[in-house]
Write a protein that binds this ligand. Structure first.
Ligand code: DLL
Length: 438
């Protein structure tokens, strides 16, 4: 038994061997299906399809189960997906989602405990300890980013500061005064916080005690991560999750930073082709589909996350045998179809964040001009780039246009703008404004 699991018993599940993980999944799967049958929506769906939970004992048998979608959840609001008496529910989160009506997610006390343990495992794995001072810079409330890491941090024994999102000056004051060592933060906000440090004449590497950032809740590229690490002098680890699956902690990066380990003893993952709904082999990019294995209040079977990723086939150098997913490329809904070409904003971000003259923020505008799609990418210049030479600026603009054209297969318009002049929110970054006539 490792030192960590001697202190934190639940960490043993992180150390399971591959065959043990799969055996546990196969053991839990029929129980998960049986639990789902307590929810009116599944009773109806599975009952009419004559599905016997005892027969669903392997990943291969999953194919007999129907998918569940966000639209199903909306149609079943408020109570159709609840699988326990209301008296057993201790918490509800409510997700606005990126589009459309919000959906509620219910938790029993056991659900909250298991969720906290999942997240705590990821935090322990990257070296968070009870000596850490943890500043949680994500929104508390109906969004799961706040409470979703608060309890795990307390479970580990960190001094936990429920700072919430925004109020950057106060955040930095707290970091300085109390010697914050670990933060949980949106990647876009991490870059803004680093900039605010600079404005106050602070050098994070020397003037703060930060060492780890857990970043998530929105897509970001490895290039953005590298910038966060450099600007704050820390290691940044990607944390993925969604309200429907409790929240953060479905998959988290380990010290190897080569993909995110799924907490496979609680979530069974499949990758499907979003159009044909056929399962795809490991390594192929598609939509992530998740089945909860231990949820009591709101079990979900084959939930279509709309998130695009792939399973990384090889074993991780860190030794953890839970399979990994690649960083999320984006949501299916984020995919832009421009002049017939499919484009994910992350393809654009990758190029921009690889260009040292570019700052941390950008905005993609889509318009209809002469019946054609037109894309304009407004890009903030970096603070350290002196934009006084017009020819030099035009050269940079053309160079970015060319690199984008090579990636996207059409040539978007590019505008270079002053540092920190584009709109920014304290919540998830909004990268696209689509004003096209349909
Ligand atoms: O964003 C839960 C969360 C909070 C995750 C804090 C990580 C940290 P929702 O608001 O329901 O839940 O949004 C879920 O956000 O389906 C993805 O599209 C996106 N997302 C979440 N984490 C990542 C990530 C929370 N690490 C939706 N990388 C998901 C890329 C992410 N996208």
């Amino acid at each position: 038994m490792s030192e960590i699991s001697q202190r934190y018993e639940f960490y043993q599940f992180e150390e399971l061997k591959r065959d043990e993980i799969e055996a546990l999944q196969n053991y839990r799967l029929p129980q998960a299906v049986a639990q789902a049958l307590h929810a009116p929506w599944y009773a109806d769906r599975l009952g009419s399809a004559n599905i016997n939970p005892e027969k669903i004992t392997t990943r291969a048998a999953l194919q007999y189960l129907p998918f569940t979608s966000k639209e199903d959840l909306r149609a079943g609001m408020p109570w159709e997906f609840l699988a326990v008496p209301k008296s057993q529910v201790v918490r509800m989160h409510y997700s606005s989602g990126t589009i459309g009506l919000a959906t509620a997610v219910y938790h029993t006390a056991g659900d909250i405990r298991r969720w906290s343990e999942c997240v705590a495992r990821g935090m322990l794995q990257v070296g968070v300890t009870s000596d850490d001072i943890f500043q949680n810079m994500m929104g508390y409330g109906l969004f799961t980013g706040g409470l979703g890491l608060h309890y795990p941090a307390e479970l580990i024994g960190c001094m936990t500061i429920p700072a919430g999102a925004g109020h950057t000056q106060r955040q930095i004051e707290i970091m300085q005064k109390f010697g914050t060592t670990v933060i949980h933060i949106l990647p876009s906000y991490a870059m803004r916080t680093a900039h605010s440090c600079g404005e106050r004449g602070l050098h994070p590497q020397e003037d703060l005690s930060l060492r780890i950032a857990l970043v998530g809740a929105e897509p970001h590229t490895p290039q953005t991560r590298a910038r966060i690490e450099e600007a704050l002098g820390i290691k940044a680890y990607n944390c993925y999750g969604l309200s429907e699956m409790c929240g953060p902690g479905v998959a988290m990066e380990c010290p190897a930073q080569e993909g995110l380990h799924l907490r496979e003893d609680h979530y069974l993952a499949e990758i499907i082709d979003p159009d044909t709904r056929e399962p795809l082999p490991d390594g192929e990019e598609g939509e992530l589909v998740l089945t909860t294995l231990t949820r009591e209040a709101m079990p979900l079977l084959r939930y279509r996350t709309r998130d695009i990723t792939r399973i990384l086939p090889a074993q991780c150098p860190c030794g953890d045998q839970h399979r990994r997913i690649a960083p999320i490329l984006g949501r299916i809904d984020d995919m832009l179809i421009i002049r017939g070409t499919n484009v994910y904003p992350m393809q654009i971000e990758r190029i921009l964040m690889d260009t040292p003259e570019v700052g941390s923020n950008y905005l993609i505008n889509l318009d209809t001009v002469d019946e054609m799609d037109e894309m304009t990418v407004s890009i903030e210049l970096s603070d350290s780039y002196p934009p006084d030479d017009v020819r030099q600026l035009e050269g940079l603009r053309q160079q970015i246009r060319k690199r984008l054209a090579e990636e996207l297969l059409f040539r978007p318009e590019v505008k270079l703008v002053e540092p920190h002049s584009l709109p920014a929110t304290d919540g998830k970054a909004e990268r696209v404004q689509d004003n096209r006539r349909r």
